[in-house]
Design a protein around this ligand. Structure first.
Ligand code: GLA
Length: 416
């Protein structure tokens, strides 16, 4: 991680109702008071979906909502975990024998993977840690969680990890809306299949251009090795790949390897049985989305009069590409995006200027950019059209639909 030790902030607990509540629960559970509290913010990706693990820059911001943890260091080798949500059961284990069952995505695995990560290597702990869960993530969430600063989104670049401020236009609000569809990316293979499709696309593109394909893992590395623009990469994708999905047999023939080698040397554990991979569509999404991220940053920097419209258009293109080329949307996310973009008829402009799925997709949230003066009408309309139509959604609405400014990063609270 390109950051020092986590930030600390002395706080008066009496002024922090959530921390106070947490302290009380901690005392009633463990019989003693926590020594410190830690917070990690929620994140929203404004643009640049499914390209971090391909080596390309992304543009997220931390939001003001967060997760809190109360901690008491103990002298024993036992770690005891409890969750304020009664659905998540207490758990304890010896730190000398951490066993993470990847086939069962239980909540405490997310703590155990961090512990295991620390035991293995201190640098870039969090990104690597997530891989113990079994997800081949790209590091966007962990990077923005540590590197976020209040008031600004960040362009996050990888290898080496860097963060650059991206000031969002002042006349726009960013609204998060939960589709109320859950997709657990550790429990399903959706996410890793996409990572593998990008990895295979990088290898086949490299082979076709006589590059050293065996070492190539990311689509960005292919571009860097060829020394061409993202636009030129899109043309190369058109020339090299066919539209139809590639069977594993065809991939093995192209690379001159056996099925056994493909499975043991290239594919992840949970993608061993996949029989076809879409390479054209996935590579098209990645190279075009990487271009949209750079364009988004440029518009924010230059801040032309039409900035909001231009940024909105990029967000809309991003959603279409995620939906059609990357196939990481779902009907509810598409419906929510459509709702957020509606009410833009003639002079009746009450909708978002841009709306898209955010994060891994297949469920989860959308992020929409809304002119600040339309915000309250927008929230009322979305509540009416998406949440009130369904009881289950309505029950979740309070925490599912909100505007957020760019928030600060992870820090430790010390009771003053
Ligand atoms: C998840 C992953 C990130 C990133 C996004 C998609 O949130 O954790 O690393 O790949 O999906 O952009």
């Amino acid at each position: 991680m390109a950051s020092d030790a986590p930030a600390t902030l002395p706080v008066q607990l009496a002024e922090q109702p959530r921390l106070l509540k947490l302290k009380k629960m901690f005392i009633s559970k463990f019989g003693s008071a926590p020594k410190f509290y830690a917070r990690a913010p929620g994140r929203v990706n404004l643009i640049g979906e499914h390209i971090d693990y391909c080596g390309y820059a992304v543009l997220p911001m931390a939001i003001e909502h967060d997760i809190l943890i109360a901690v008491e260091p103990v002298k024993t080798q036992i770690v005891e975990l409890a969750n304020t949500n009664p659905l998540y059961l207490d758990f304890s284990t010896s730190v000398n024998n951490i066993h993470i069952n990847k086939t069962k995505p239980v909540w405490h695995n997310y703590f155990l993977c961090g512990l295991k990560g620390i035991q293995v290597e201190l640098a870039e702990i969090c990104t690597k840690s997530e891989r113990y869960i079994g997800t081949e993530g790209g590091g966007m969430d962990q990077s923005i969680s540590f590197l976020a600063e209040e008031g600004t989104a960040k362009l996050i670049e990888f290898s080496p990890l860097r963060a650059t401020d991206v000031r969002l236009p002042s006349g726009a609000a960013f609204v998060i809306a939960n589709s109320c569809v859950e997709m657990n990316k550790a429990a399903t293979s959706h996410y890793n299949i996409r990572v593998m499709e990008c990895r295979l696309a990088a290898k086949l593109l490299s082979k076709s251009k006589d590059l050293e394909w065996k070492k190539m893992l990311k689509l960005q590395e292919v571009q860097a090795k060829l020394g061409v623009s993202l636009k030129e990469m899109l043309t190369i994708v058109e020339e090299v790949f066919h539209l139809e999905p590639y069977s594993v047999e065809e991939i093995c023939t192209c690379l001159g390897i056996s099925l056994e080698e493909l499975r043991t040397q290239i594919l992840s554990q949970n993608t061993q049985d996949v029989t076809t991979f879409k390479l054209y569509q996935r590579a098209k999404h990645v190279y075009s989305e990487a271009g949209r991220v750079l364009e988004f940053k440029k518009i924010c920097n230059e801040a032309p009069a039409s900035a909001i419209q231009l940024l909105g258009e990029l967000m809309n293109q991003s959603h279409i590409s995620c939906r059609d080329m990357y196939e990481c949307s779902c009907p509810e996310l598409d419906q929510l995006v459509d709702i957020c973009l509606s009410w833009n008829h003639g002079i009746m402009q009450f909708g978002a200027v841009g709306s898209r799925l955010t994060g891994a997709g297949w469920g989860g949230c959308t992020v929409s950019m809304v002119p600040s003066d339309k915000l309250s009408t927008f929230l009322t309309n979305v509540k009416e059209a998406y949440y009130k139509s369904n009881d289950q959604r309505l029950a979740l609405e309070k925490n599912s639909l909100f505007a957020t400014k760019p928030g600060g990063g992870a820090l430790v609270f010390l009771e003053a």
